[in-house]
Design a protein around this ligand. Structure first.
Ligand code: URP
Ligand code: ZN
Length: 450
């Protein structure tokens, strides 16, 4: 049975008293008044004006609400939809202190980008917190350029996503990626990009299956490090010639980081994201019976210790700007569709609920990253890159009241039995975390951990 650990209440004004508030890169004890979904005042001794709910935040820290730049809610796949929809996924996200996220618009081949965008906006209305959408051109047609420009000028879309992988469905070839980058660069957008060389993956997959190698163990062998690194190198080249900023999603290898660092050092606008799973989990998890190993099948796959360490270092060095989750959970029943063929296991895993507590526990408390870096990678940088700043990603007068009141001492053992994600699997099952939201405030709604 799932435990409901959050109660929510709608209120017009909220006064947070005596919290350690993260302002100007440090924690300072202050009061914070929220009125009509915005931060109205931050200073000591704000007096009660009347109808506000007062919350004692002594011993608690107040951060800008988390922003997860990479989630896939209710994603259609051959194995059915990913297990969280906008309602359940946003509830899980809020439970973990993430108050906004960015999902995707992935049109079907032949479908107009704008039709797909309008349908996805409808679905996103179920979300309990603010949502943005990255739009994916999945083919280059006579309408693509016009539709991209329309998205930028009329629909508030700044970011797009292209896939070098998945060529048989949503992937684009290099020539079309270049065309997409050229128009998005010209009109001031940014291209986010999934970097894996599809031809190599397909060749390895066919070879492994023909040798009877069907178990999840072979998933990482079909996508070795250079599959990502070569694609990252190519993406950087294409973006340079197209004069388009790029954001490389879910970076998992130390070789890819070398290419990214090289481009950044030359002043090219290249941003990088990694995910908690690549920072915390390793390839040996595939060496288990199917029902255990299948839950880690995601693309790119889990890597080795040297990659994990390089990723942590890259955050501390500012090479990686954000940590998204690539939240895309599938149930055990869905994963079992690949029991006799690892290429049929739906790719992806959940994590939107745990991103902040995992990064706090394994980053801040283990001195891998500072508190400032924690705030930047969980919130501020995504807000800046994707056009939400300073409405979100910072605590200042006038910004949205998307806040997390953090209890740095609270502990939890992560489990699928108690999480809010709508899935019977959790890739962090049994992980102990310290540092959790006591309250999450989303506009006028206050969620309390009880
Ligand atoms: O394995 C993954 N990452 N699944 C989600 C879809 C994608 O490739 O981003
Ligand atoms: Zn993804």
């Amino acid at each position: 049975m799932r435990l409901s650990v959050f109660a929510s209440q709608e209120m017009k004004n909220i006064l947070l008293k005596n919290g350690q508030i993260y302002i100007n890169d440090q924690l300072v004890e202050n009061d914070l008044l929220i009125s009509d979904s915005k931060i109205k005042k931050i200073r000591k001794n704000i007096s009660i004006e009347g109808d506000e709910e007062t919350i004692d935040c002594t011993g608690l820290q107040i951060f800008p609400g988390g922003i997860d730049p990479h989630v896939h809610l209710h994603l259609p796949t051959p194995a059915g939809f990913s297990a969280d929809d906008f309602e359940t996924g946003s509830r899980a996200s809020i439970a973990g202190g993430t108050t906004s996220f960015i999902d995707f618009v992935t049109p079907l081949c032949g479908q107009s980008i704008l039709d797909a965008l309008y349908l996805r906006k409808q679905e996103a209305k179920k979300s309990l917190c603010d949502v943005k959408l990255h739009v994916s051109p999945v083919e280059w047609t006579n309408h693509t350029e016009k539709e991209i420009i329309h998205c930028i000028h009329n629909e508030g879309i700044k970011s797009f996503k292209v896939y070098m992988a998945y060529q048989s469905t949503i992937g684009l070839n290099d020539e079309d990626i270049f065309k997409v980058m050229k128009v998005i660069g010209k009109y001031g957008g940014i291209v986010t990009i999934h970097c894996e060389v599809d031809e190599i993956i397909e060749k390895y997959r066919q070879q492994l299956l023909s040798e009877g190698k069907i178990s999840p163990r072979y998933h990482p062998l079909s996508r070795p490090n250079f599959v990502e690194a070569d694609a990252v190198k190519k993406a950087i080249e294409l973006a340079k010639h197209a004069e388009c900023p790029i954001y490389i999603v879910h970076v998992s290898t130390h070789e890819a980081l070398d290419h990214i660092h090289g481009a950044q050092s030359k002043g090219q606008p290249v941003y990088a994201e990694t995910c908690p799973q690549y920072l915390l989990l390793e390839e040996n998890l595939y060496d288990q019976p199917f029902d255990q190993a299948c839950r880690y099948v995601m693309s790119p796959p889990l890597r080795k210790k040297e990659d994990r360490e390089a990723l942590w270092q890259a955050i501390a060095d500012g090479i990686i700007q954000t940590v998204g989750t690539d939240h895309c959970p599938f149930t055990l029943e869905q994963k079992r569709l690949g029991k006799n063929d690892f290429t049929k296991i739906p790719n992806g895993a959940g994590g939107v609920e745990h991103r902040m507590s995992l990064l706090y526990t394994h980053g801040v408390l283990q001195n891998r990253i500072s508190l400032q870096e924690f705030i930047e990678i969980t919130s501020t940088n995504a807000a800046r890159i994707f056009g939400w700043y300073p409405k979100k990603g910072i605590i200042q007068k006038g910004s949205d009241a998307d806040l997390v009141v953090w209890d740095p001492k609270a502990r939890q053992r992560i489990s699928a039995k108690s999480h809010h994600q709508n899935c019977d699997l959790n890739i962090y099952e049994g992980f102990d975390v310290q540092g959790l939201p006591k309250y999450t405030i989303v506009n006028v709604t206050l969620m309390t951990r009880i």
